[in-house]
Design a protein around this ligand. Structure first.
Ligand SMILES: C[S@@+](CC[C@H](N)C(=O)[O-])C[C@H]1O[C@@H](n2cnc3c(N)ncnc32)[C@H](O)[C@@H]1O
Length: 311
């Protein structure tokens, strides 16, 4: 990405780095998987603090992010393998190998937001794309074909935006004048039906919702969780940083469900469900950045880290 006119030299500051290292590293060697390697910030911290024999498999949907990670992680030589792909297919990508730790840092990186040609930012005009990697559908394409009720649902559920119906109706009105293919036109449509004093948070919620929809982000996380469990050796750690309450709830419920043993009613004389816990929770409540980190890195403000150990 260096020298790129869209992104410039943007550096992504990884969130909750010390906490990630603390919950993931047990001093044991083996394979670690970073399912959202991005520009390699968390991966570098893990490699730096881990034993010399540890290796790392870094996955990202975005070829541009992988280029950054390749440069940043070059000092670790053949201990690092980088693969372009979706963490929803992590078992296939790991190719039958087990791992000692697996990390997700969800969402998008500063690098992606800063490149106006990718359409993630409502601050600059660009093509209304928002695809994290090759093969997905663009937001322009989805907004051109989806029904008004579907657009409203997406904005309400994924953006937690109360004005979802009004905004969806305006988007549908706007597309009658021609396909909405620029972020600027989407922004203007949202602005026309939103309160000017709250326009920035409203735009942030709408753009986030459309990004989650186009990239099927919740579906990917849902597919990932049981695979992460199967991939980890006993004592292996799963750590996930989320930035959205739907993602955090999904992780919390999965970890909680897998950390419970017998779920037979209390009046049963003996267990018939046969369930044994497969995970031990390492974080009863999510870990969040302190005030200093939130001040210095706005992306950190909504971050929540949950971690669990394979039993
Ligand atoms: C917040 S950034 C990660 C930043 C990284 N931890 C670092 O320190 O640079 C999230 C990354 O996850 C990638 N990503 C999001 N969903 C993905 C998926 N389903 N599969 C693979 N990569 C994904 C994005 O392309 C982005 O590069």
């Amino acid at each position: 990405m260096s020298g790129d006119p869209g992104s410039g030299h943007v550096r992504h500051t990884p969130v909750l780095v010390e906490a990630v290292v603390r919950v993931m590293m047990t001093g044991q060697s083996g394979l670690f998987i970073d399912g959202t390697v991005g520009t390699g910030g968390h991966s570098a911290a893990l490699l730096e603090s881990g034993p010399a024999g540890m290796s790392l498999l870094g996955i990202d949907r975005d070829p541009a992010a992988l280029d950054e990670a390749r440069t940043r992680l070059a000092p670790y030589g053949d201990r690092v393998t980088l693969v372009q792909g979706d963490f929803a297919e992590v078992e296939r990508i790991a190719g039958g190998r087990e791992c000692r730790g697996i990390l997700l840092d969800l969402g998008i990186s500063s690098l992606q937001i800063a490149d106006r040609r990718r359409g993630f930012s409502y601050l600059e005009d660009g093509p209304l794309d928002m695809a994290m990697g090759p093969g997905g559908r663009s937001v322009a394409d989805l907004l051109g074909t989806a029904g008004e009720a579907e657009i409203a649902r997406v904005i309400r559920e994924y953006g937690e935006e109360r004005g979802s119906r009004r905004i969806a109706a305006e988007i549908v009105r706007e597309r009658r004048r021609g396909p909405i293919e620029r972020t600027g036109r989407l922004r203007e449509a949202v602005e026309r039906v939103s309160h000017p004093a709250r326009i920035i948070p409203t735009l942030a919620r709408v753009f986030q919702a459309l990004r989650i929809w186009a990239n099927r982000e919740l579906e990917a996380l849902q597919a990932f969780l049981p695979q992460a469990l199967r991939l980890c050796v006993p004592g292996g750690r799963i750590a996930i940083i989320s930035y959205h309450s739907l993602e955090d709830r999904m992780v919390k419920q999965f970890f909680r469900g897998e950390s419970q043993g017998c779920q037979c009613p209390p009046d049963f004389p003996r267990c018939i469900c046969g369930r044994t816990p497969t995970l031990r929770l390492l974080t009863r409540r999510p870990l969040t950045p302190d005030a200093a980190e939130k001040d210095s890195n706005p992306r950190a403000r909504s971050a929540r880290l949950r971690a669990a150990e394979r039993m």
